[in-house]
Design a protein around this ligand. Structure first.
Ligand SMILES: [Zn+2]
Length: 142
């Protein structure tokens, strides 16, 4: 197993489906952090074939709602002194506000700047959310 960076303190988002790592990275705004961030794409995984991994130094309070929306089967470990001290269980939020952008270009939440986006969980098994304004089903793959 290739260890690109080992964390002393921070958070590791592991077992991310290939392709979802970059989405989580972007939605969490990790490019704006000053701390060490590793985005590992297509790492070898014994049970997934390939996976993405995100490691963030010095942060343990990332918005895990974002992670669960994009990839509910990802695993999240909190690291202190190079050891896993906590495994977070991802739960889908019932309502997501101001994180996702509605993909319907005619939606009021994309055309009116004063309207913040809002999505409502309609199917937890399939991680399906619909826009509260226009009923558009959010497509994570898009
Ligand atoms: Zn909408």
């Amino acid at each position: 197993m290739l260890e690109i960076t080992s964390l002393k303190n921070g958070i590791v988002i592991d077992h991310v489906k290939p392709g979802n790592g970059i989405k989580i990275f972007e939605l969490l705004g990790l490019a704006d952090l000053d701390d060490q961030v590793a985005l590992i794409l297509n790492a070898e995984s014994s049970n997934m074939g390939r996976k993405d991994i995100i490691k963030v130094e010095n942060h343990q309070d990332l918005d895990l709602d974002i992670v669960s929306i994009i990839d509910p089967t990802a695993t999240v470990n909190i690291i202190e002194n190079e050891e896993v001290v906590e495994k977070k269980v991802l739960e889908l939020p019932e309502v997501i506000e101001n994180i996702l952008t509605c993909q319907n270009p005619k939606c009021i939440s994309t055309s009116e700047r004063s309207v913040t986006s809002k999505f409502i969980l309609i199917n937890p098994e399939e991680t399906k959310y619909k826009c509260a304004y226009c009923d558009h089903i959010y497509d994570v793959e898009e």
